[in-house]
Write a protein that binds this ligand. Structure first.
Ligand SMILES: [Zn+2]
Length: 365
């Protein structure tokens, strides 16, 4: 099943040789940006250590143990992640009904559609009570597996007090227990935590890998896969979100904007923006697409085959003209600037108007 994890062959090689040589560190720290396979690798690593198959390709994904891991039902699998206040009882039961619903929805999403973001309503952290529960459970013996597997997601999201409580466990971890901490923000972890773990770096996925995953596993057509991969910045989750956002696709919106700007339809555009009320995420994707289209407009002039939006080559050819290449650098700078402003909570309508005006200037003969 390790073969299902694409683009991280170095990491997989390292973990597989640790398994073969039976030299498993007691705690690992998987770090690297979001959407590059850290959680899945941690889960498969734990599965491999408990897999009942005699084949050399472990985890097999089909034995009883693997099944329990994949559905998060294995009694020796403990998964800790940032939550809202669950109002845990002393024996670990969630007493807040609304929080319980969200907790279950989070797990369902993580198991079935892990590439989708899940947002709790309310601020989240790895709570001291959840950590105390974990520490208590680690004092008990293992149920049925070879190894107990603990995955702590977004490990940076615990306060110093909680981290210190866990430090004692990291100093003297119980036998046959694999702890994998996962973070996108390594510098935010306490140095005392980092120094007690074996760090494993996950690099961003290459465009090629993302494109192949979108095409093979999500049946995204090759043109869309190529552009989604290109603007995802190596984050598979972002690429999937963009590729699946087909009903009101950011790509279509970007081409709409391009066409309206070319025809100088200012008022129509403004009305559309007002009625659509796009989210910040949607505008961010729109800006990213405009960047790709701008690049295509430039490339169109000398090598039509190299453009990303091949299906729009006729339109791009009709819009491209000599001055565009000179104007593109400023245009791209403006796109960057608008993305930053979006994060700084500048009015989204204002940002879309600036986008339109800049695009109109870019395309004007
Ligand atoms: Zn198995």
């Amino acid at each position: 099943m390790f073969r299902k994890i694409k683009g991280q062959s170095q990491v997989i090689g390292l973990l597989q040789s640790a398994i073969e040589q039976e030299r498993i560190a007691q705690a690992y720290l998987f770090h690297g940006s979001d959407g590059v396979g850290k959680f899945m690798t941690a889960l498969y690593f734990g599965m491999a250590l408990n897999c009942l198959s005699s084949s050399e390709y472990r985890p097999c994904g089909v034995c009883a143990s693997c099944h329990k891991f994949l559905s998060f039902q294995h009694p020796d699998f403990i998964y800790l992640f940032p939550t809202v206040n669950l109002k845990l009882s002393s024996d670990g039961e969630i007493r807040d009904n609304e929080a319980l619903k969200q907790y279950e929805a989070y797990l369902k999403n993580k198991i079935e559609t892990p590439w989708q973001e899940f947002f709790f309503t309310g601020s989240t952290e790895i709570r001291k009570e959840s950590m105390s529960q974990l520490i208590q459970r680690l004092e008990l013996s293992i149920h049925e597996g070879q190894y107990r597997v603990v995955i702590i997601e977004n490990a940076d999201m615990m306060n110093t007090q909680t981290a210190n409580a866990f430090l004692k466990t990291l100093e003297e971890p119980p036998h046959n227990t694999l702890i994998v901490m996962i973070t996108e923000r390594l510098p935010q972890l306490l140095p005392t935590i980092i120094s007690r773990c074996q760090p494993v770096y996950f690099k961003p996925l290459s465009q090629r890998v993302i494109q192949d995953i979108l095409f093979e596993r999500f049946q995204v057509d090759s043109v869309l896969a190529k552009s989604a991969a290109r603007i995802s910045g190596g984050n598979l989750k972002t690429a999937i979100r963009i590729a699946q956002d087909s009903s009101s696709s950011s790509r279509d919106k970007a081409f709409d904007l391009i066409q309206m700007a070319a025809k100088k339809q200012d008022l129509e555009y403004l009305n559309q923006v007002k009625s659509r009320r796009d989210s910040a995420d949607a505008i961010r994707d729109l800006i990213a697409y405009l960047g790709i289209i701008a690049n295509d407009l430039c490339v169109t002039q000398y090598c039509l085959q190299e453009i990303t939006n091949l299906d729009k080559s006729e339109l791009l050819e009709s819009l491209s003209h000599e001055q565009i290449a000179d104007r593109i650098p400023d245009y791209l700078l403006l796109l960057d600037d608008l993305t930053r402003k979006l994060e700084g909570n500048v009015n989204p309508t204002l940002i879309q108007i600036k986008l339109f005006l800049a695009t109109k200037y870019l395309l004007s003969p």
